[in-house]
Design a protein around this ligand. Structure first.
Ligand code: BES
Ligand code: MN
Ligand code: MN
Length: 463
């Protein structure tokens, strides 16, 4: 691969400005108020893929937001890489916690990004990382070095569960046929500690509703005499973990893959400072399941977390009231072999069973997906590893992540191919949070590394 650095340095400003333009469109898939913006983003992605060198780019309409499909097909005897990414973003709220407006991207220096980071919703998850692939294609096409076929599938509903993409994939197996899937929608350990994500957790997301009396009541006249749904809900939630922070749902751990002592020892070699971790989050101590390290707790162990809880009076001042209803949104992160539908059922059965008389409980499953593990003894992993070694000067460490991209296991099921997760974000980039950002250095490092993956993957496949 020649001229990668040259092409990059000649086009740096434009590459950055194009991403900034993309980040200005608020493509929030969860909120219908932004639907026109989401559609506009799909069109922009289509145009950018055409400019980068795709021969065919189509917008595929779905029952929800469109999927942008593109390809540059050079020869059927060459391997094909399918790039997946998403152009939708999470809602930016709470807006008052942003130091600059979420859709007015600015570059600011941070401790971990001394060369500057782009602050905007979607900068890292996933517009910035998805766009690295568009620019890597441009680089490799314009320098006449594309060694293989490339397909792009960029969706607009990842942050709301990818339901329509699942249908699209099942209906277009032949069109999407590939030798490997490449995704940049995860992170790495640090800029000087490159890593490749080898695992994603599964997810089961549920909403619960507890109803007590048929109307809100005066908390003096009725307090103490009827079940208060908020008291009950919080008590039920608290009982879902025991004193060792194990989850108490019967059967929850039955299928959990237990790692061998050797595998755990290997994992523990990844550089990690508990002091820095605590300091960055301003906490005096970490907290979690007994018997496991922090890195194990957030990757190879399943979890249960309340993501939101509401009910009763939360306005100014005080109102003495017992609310009729209380609600919570709960996510369970799952590990290999746990089936998300089975876990959802176990949760529902248990949560209904622990409800005391005097309240009614409804459990509404939202969405979910299976976990995923990438083997590292494959050509694709080896090619990725060599690509990082070329551009970082260091061999990357394989590391399982705590996050979820449920569609990845579906890709394996429907398309029978493995996924390589080449993430260039940092955990501290605040994805889904206020002040999300993506290092400028990371953006260019991604664009630099991707072409080498194509080169090595093609070379190693031919052998
Ligand atoms: N890109 C993230 C997932 C991710 C981030 C994985 C960092 C590993 C490291 C993705 O956009 C995401 O947010 N996924 C959701 C699940 C989805 C069903 C809404 C998640 O993990 O909460
Ligand atoms: Mn993402
Ligand atoms: Mn996300």
């Amino acid at each position: 691969m020649k001229n990668v650095k040259n092409y990059l340095s000649e086009n740096k400003d434009r590459f950055l400005n194009e991403l900034i333009e993309l980040l200005k469109i608020p493509s929030v898939s969860a909120d219908p108020a932004f639907s026109q913006d989401v559609l506009d983003t799909a069109k922009t992605v289509k145009t950018r893929l055409e400019e980068a060198g795709c021969d065919i780019v189509e917008i595929h309409e779905t029952a929800g937001y469109p999927i942008v499909y593109g390809e540059k097909f050079i020869n059927k005897d060459l391997p094909t890489v399918l790039v997946y990414g998403h152009y939708d973003v999470q809602p930016a709220e709470p807006l008052e916690l942003w130091t600059s407006p979420p859709y007015e991207p600015v570059i600011k220096k941070t401790k971990l990004h001394p060369e500057g980071a782009i602050f905007a919703r979607g900068a890292c998850d996933d517009k910035g990382q998805m766009y690295m692939h568009v620019k890597a294609l441009e680089l490799i096409v314009k320098t006449n070095q594309l060694p293989c076929n490339v397909k792009f599938m960029i969706e607009g509903e990842e942050e709301v569960g990818s339901n329509n993409l699942a249908i699209y994939v099942a209906e277009n197996r032949e069109k999407l046929a590939n030798d490997v899937i490449l995704i940049s929608d995860t992170g790495m350990i640090a800029n000087d500690v490159p890593s490749i994500t080898t695992g994603l957790r599964g997810l089961s997301y549920v909403e619960v509703e507890v109803t007590g009396p048929n109307r809100d009541l005066h908390s003096g006249l009725y307090g103490g005499a009827v079940a208060n749904p908020i008291n009950i809900l919080t008590k039920m939630i608290a009982s879902l973990h025991d004193e060792n922070n194990h989850i108490t749902i019967p059967g929850f751990y039955d299928k959990v893959e237990e790692l061998s002592t050797e595998e755990r020892a290997e994992m523990a070699k990844a550089p990690f400072s508990i002091e820095k971790y605590q300091e960055a989050l301003d906490i005096e101590s970490v907290y979690g399941e007994k018997g496991y390290s922090t890195n194990e707790r957030n990757s190879i162990r399943p979890t249960l977390d309340v993501n939101g809880i509401w009910g009763g009076y939360t306005g100014e001042g005080a109102k003495t009231v017992i609310a009729s209803k209380a609600f919570a949104k709960i996510s369970m992160r799952l590990v290999p072999n746990q089936d998300w539908k089975e876990i959802t059922d176990l949760f529902k059965t248990h949560f209904e069973a622990i409800a005391p008389k005097g309240v009614k409980v409804v459990v509404k499953p939202h969405h979910g997906g299976q976990g995923y593990v990438t083997p590292i003894d494959t050509i694709a992993y080896q090619a990725a590893s060599k690509a990082y070694e070329t551009t970082f000067g260091k061999k990357p460490i394989p590391q399982r992540s705590g996050g979820s991209i449920p569609i990845v296991s579906l890709f394996e099921q429907e398309l029978k191919s493995k996924t390589i997760l080449m993430g260039f974000g940092l955990d501290s980039d605040a994805i889904h949070s206020p002040n999300e950002h993506f290092g400028v250095w990371n953006y260019f490092k991604g664009i630099e590394t991707i072409p080498y993956f194509y080169e090595y993957f093609t070379e190693m496949t031919k052998k």
